[in-house]
Design a protein around this ligand. Structure first.
Ligand code: KIV
Length: 278
């Protein structure tokens, strides 16, 4: 069952993003996996909230997105919708929930929309099985965001987390797949880890907004994993990442200060205790 009304008043829609591209207004997207971060990103006014399957690494401790299940995405998606009831919410479809048959893809994407209250789903890749799935899902009225370049669910086949599309043939393939995804009905497209000039070319070539991550300034928008952007993952320092806060240091300071206060008996003090009759 949905935890929020689809199309709540004031919430952005797929048309908002297309209009933003037409006006040259850049789209700021961030991930969220729980209610607390969902509240923060909505309150700050982000344009689009993504429940990425990066939750596999960021909050579940896996070393890739591959083990993430449909139930994981629904569980976290529901929490994010409760925290961000007015945001345009996209949920990643995890590995093997959309590649087997278009019918299975439709059933799984439908579950995600019905059970989380999300506005759209995101599917990785641009080959024939994914295109067939996207056509079926879009025909049923479910907005789909595409994802090209480094597609983390295929990291083993791609030979690791590497920039994609550097060679001319690979660049041509990404351009052709972007065109195919637009033709299949995607309303927007994530471009991950591709050279900036190629991302700019794709952005020029398609009518749908492109959202980059590690794809330079030529995209219509940008997405980052919020934990990375806020410095909560200090060991992760790819070239494309700028950290906009240092929450890991601040959290470490706070936790150590708490431990010290408890051990010394300085906390809890009278100000943080209850009287018998007050
Ligand atoms: O899973 C994720 O967080 C993503 C973004 C990085 C685009 O797919």
């Amino acid at each position: 069952m949905s935890t929020a009304d689809a199309g709540a008043p004031g919430r952005k829609t797929v048309r908002t993003f297309q209009d933003m591209k037409a006006r040259g207004e850049r789209i700021a997207a961030l991930t969220a996996y729980d209610v607390t971060f969902a509240r923060m990103v909505e309150q700050a006014g982000v344009d689009l909230v993504l429940v990425g399957d990066s939750l596999g690494q960021v909050v579940l401790g896996y070393d890739s997105t591959v083990p993430v299940t449909l139930d994981d995405m629904i569980h976290h998606g529901r929490a994010v919708r409760r925290g961000a009831p007015n945001s345009f919410l996209v949920i990643d479809m995890p590995f093997l929930t959309y590649q087997v048959t278009p019918e299975e893809a439709l059933r799984n994407c439908g579950r995600v929309l019905q059970e989380t209250g999300a506005d759209a789903v995101k599917l990785e890749g641009g080959g024939p099985p994914v295109l067939d799935a996207i056509r079926k899902v879009v025909a049923a009225g479910i907005p789909v965001m595409g994802h090209l370049g480094l597609t983390p669910q295929s990291v083993a086949a791609l030979g690791g987390y590497r920039v994609q599309g550097r060679e001319p043939a690979a660049a041509q393939r990404i351009l052709a797949q972007a065109d195919d995804l637009e033709g299949a009905g995607c309303f927007a497209l994530v471009l991950e880890l591709v050279p900036a000039p190629l991302a700019g070319q794709v952005t020029e070539a398609v009518g749908i907004p492109t959202i980059g991550i590690g794809a330079g300034v030529g995209c219509d928008g940008q997405v980052l994993v919020t934990y990375d952007a806020l410095g909560l993952n200090p060991g992760f320092r790819p070239r494309f990442l700028r950290t906009f806060a240092d929450l890991a240091t601040e959290a470490d300071r706070g936790i150590r200060s708490y431990i010290e206060a408890v051990r010394s008996g300085e906390y809890p003090d009278a100000d943080h205790s209850f009287e018998a009759d007050s």
